[in-house]
Design a binder for this molecule. Structure first.
Ligand code: IVH
Length: 728
């Protein structure tokens, strides 16, 4: 059967054309229009030779009826796995619709099942800003970690037993699909969580994804989130097909799924057997949010959106671990690759109360299966020099297939680890790979050690720039002292600077950076802004057009944000989230550069190590020089004065939140308090200026009373925020 199994359009059909407005009153094209449907049902649609009006009406009615029927069968087949008609019957319906639309192109609607393949090849992916960020999940591997996750939730929510929705952790590509008034209008990849790539044409080719939602009552706007995957069975067939066509086979279903969705030509995507399972929601308008995660997924099924069958609602940590064991036992017989299970607090209200840390929610945990392991030979140990000069020993391995991919390199972390595990060159070693994590060498089979095995010595000089490699007392990591003299460090620093989450210079990839550094065209990030078209066009494998595109991207990158700029500087230990806190706290780069150790410590996420690293960074004249040059080149961002922290109504006061507030989530209340200058802490102490106690506040309210501290309710909170009430 062409459409459901083979992913090839029926012969004789050429994908037609954009939707053309048609003069017909749309209401008369509904499948329930009795006047025409009875005729059309009895006879297969008669091919009219002219476009006379009655014929057009008949065609329109029949087409609408066929569309509804085909989509209903699609849902029965893909979503509920319960086909109602044989494949041949389905093919007949589909061919009939193609015939009508070929004869009357004006009748084609964008949600017609024939329009899943657009035929056009895109030039590039457009960025899509996610209305609600797409987050990642924290991972746990052991029962203890699951226990700790449950305990933390129970403590914050002040409940003894929590209810969880359990589901599978798919290994594919996360996408977000926007339906407006029930029609699929946009689909995007997760990207960096805040911004993804538009892949609507490709997602439309996935037949289990409805182009129009099924239910009568639908939201005005909904962002449905889930994972695009390839079933094990389909993956085998896909690789057989690749082999037969003399093309490269895919390493694993995840790579094949991700590669297929990120295709510029949706005709290629249409040939790939993709499936989809929903597991979350972004924006929702014009509809009440269900109360629980489980109810959300039930609702998806009603809307015709596929969700996976292996899901359950359980109580407490025991329920979680039972679910894990049961899925683990079924893993090999499941139709898809999974790398674990996911636990989410079932009540969405509880989820909101737990909130997020950095880029992952506190209300969910991915409980991963143990990593997969394999034996292989360690051929050599190379030394890799990273952005901060860290010289990391890397094992060069006899390539081995493990955990769904071929592994030829694995990290050895540092010299001490090599000694601790007694790893020698020539050894037979166990290699472990878990999900996306860099593979590692776990241990050595001493009994198989060859007579000529050699010990590893960390080189005294950098293999890239020849500068001395030093290991400071108390540090596990050895570093190349070449800093900006070292091409390896320069390349990494530039790569980091241009990264999507930093200054976001599209087109400045590894290969280009390599050439720029090796030809001595770029030494520091500031040099990027002095490049001209002729220099870029002279690079290897660089057409004029890409040179111009890169130049445009470099120019665009000049307008940035303070948070991105701080992150782009590559200060050790300052990740994206810390950079955002620093930007919010100081408001201006100069203020951050002048900040004392103690001032830095008062910023969220900043402890003594990070504070010292920031101070060290800004103490180096060459860093100040590069920043000056960047600013002179026009790199700019909006700044705000540091008003709130110092002069807000709650400047410097320590406030503790406990219990449930009725009008604000915990996170919202925290943000408001911080905006007014308060420091929000989790534990009550003598230094606490006041405790805000919502409903069912327990221990912390009692502690506050014991210490004689001020305890306020929600109304008091608002008074504090608008300055009606002052703290001592
Ligand atoms: S929920 C707010 N549920 O895992 C949490 N993610 O590490 C958002 N994934 O990018 C994610 N199965 O690609 C969620 N049942 C599941 C999942 C799942 C797979 C992926 C997803 C996400 C990554 C997070």
């Amino acid at each position: 059967m062409a459409e459901r199994g083979g992913f090839e359009p029926p012969t004789g059909y050429s994908p037609v054309h954009a939707f053309q407005a048609c003069d017909l009153d749309r209401s008369s094209i509904s499948p329930t229009n009795k006047k025409y449907s009875s005729i059309a049902l009895k006879t297969r649609f008669p091919m009219a030779s002219t476009t006379s009006e009655p014929a057009l009406y008949l065609a329109a009615t029949r087409a609408a009826q066929l569309r509804a029927e085909i989509e209903r069968h699609n849902t029965a087949y893909y979503v509920f796995d319960a086909p109602e008609i044989p494949d041949a019957e389905y093919d007949k319906l589909y061919s009939e619709l193609v015939a009508i639309e070929t004869q009357y192109p004006a009748l084609i609607t964008p949600d017609s099942p024939t329009q899943r393949v657009s035929g056009a090849v895109a030039e590039g992916f457009k960025p899509v800003i996610h209305a609600v960020p797409m987050l990642s999940l924290n991972n746990g591997f052991t029962d203890q970690e699951v226990n700790a996750f449950d305990q933390r939730g129970a403590q914050i929510l002040n409940k003894t037993v929590l209810e969880y929705a359990c589901e599978l952790k798919f290994d594919g590509l996360a996408v977000s699909m926007r339906y407006i008034d029930g029609v699929l209008i946009q689909a995007a990849t997760r990207g960096d969580g805040a911004r993804g790539e538009e892949v609507t044409a490709n997602i439309r080719t996935i037949r289990s994804i409805p182009l129009r939602l099924r239910c009568k009552h639908i939201p005005r706007l909904i962002d449905v989130r889930g994972e695009v995957v390839i079933l094990k069975r389909d993956f085998e067939r896909l690789n057989q097909r690749q082999r037969a066509a003399g093309q490269r086979e895919f390493a694993n279903p995840r790579n094949a799924a991700a590669g297929s969705v990120r295709q510029l030509d949706s005709n290629v995507t249409a040939q790939r057997p993709l499936s989809f399972f929903a597991y979350g929601i972004g924006a929702l308008e014009g509809f009440n949010m269900p109360l629980t995660h489980h109810a959300l997924l039930d609702w998806y099924l009603e809307l015709g959106i596929p969700v996976c069958a292996q899901r359950a609602v359980v109580q407490g940590v025991e329920g979680l671990l039972n679910f894990f064991q049961s899925i683990k036992a079924q893993r090999d017989t499941l139709p898809y690759e999974i790398d674990g299970v996911v636990y989410k607090l079932n009540r969405l209200e509880d989820q909101a109360r737990l909130g997020f840390v950095a880029r992952a929610p506190r209300f969910a945990l991915a409980h991963k299966f143990p990593a997969q392991e394999a034996l292989t030979t360690l051929i050599a140990i190379d030394v890799n020099v990273g952005r901060t000069g860290a010289a990391t020993p890397v094992a060069r391995l006899e390539p081995v297939f493990v955990g769904g991919a071929t592994v030829a390199h694995a990290t050895l972390h540092n010299e001490d680890e090599i000694r601790r595990k007694d790893i020698q060159i020539g050894d037979t070693v166990t290699v472990r790979r878990a999900g996306d994590v860099i593979p590692e060498v776990v241990n050595v089979l001493i009994t198989r050690r060859p007579a000529d095995a050699r010990r590893f010595e960390m080189p005294t000089h950098c293999p890239v720039c020849g500068s001395e490699i030093k290991r400071l007392p108390g540090e596990a990591v050895a570093r190349c002292t070449g800093e900006l003299v070292c091409a390896a460090q320069r390349k990494q620093a530039l790569w980091h600077f241009a990264h999507r989450r930093a200054l976001d210079i599209d087109g400045l990839g590894e290969k280009v950076i390599e050439q720029l550094v090796e030809r001595h065209l770029v030494h520091t990030p500031a040099d990027l802004f002095t490049l001209d078209l002729a220099t870029l066009a002279a690079l290897k494998r660089f057409a004029d057009k890409s040179a111009q595109n890169l130049l445009d991207a470099i120019n665009r990158a000049k307008r940035t944000t303070l948070a991105r700029f701080i992150y782009a500087l590559g200060i050790r230990h300052v990740g994206e989230s810390t950079a955002a806190h620093l930007a919010r706290h100081f408001g201006a780069l100069d203020t951050l550069m002048r900040a004392t150790h103690d001032e830095l410590l008062s910023v969220d996420e900043v402890g003594p190590v990070i504070a010292a690293s920031i101070r060290q960074f800004f103490a180096q004249p060459r860093h100040i020089e590069v920043i000056k040059q960047l600013r002179a080149a026009g790199v700019d961002w909006p700044e705000h004065a540091r008003v709130l922290k110092d002069i807000g109504p709650l400047a410097g006061k320590r406030v503790v939140l406990t219990g449930t507030l009725s009008t604000l989530t915990r996170e919202q209340a925290k943000e408001k308090l911080k905006a007014a200058g308060a420091k929000v802490s989790v534990s009550v102490s003598k230094k606490t200026a006041c405790v805000i106690a919502g409903a069912d506040a327990g221990k912390k309210r009692a502690q506050a009373k014991m210490l004689g501290l001020l305890v306020l309710d929600e109304e008091g909170l608002y008074k504090l925020l608008n300055g009606q009430l002052k703290l001592p």
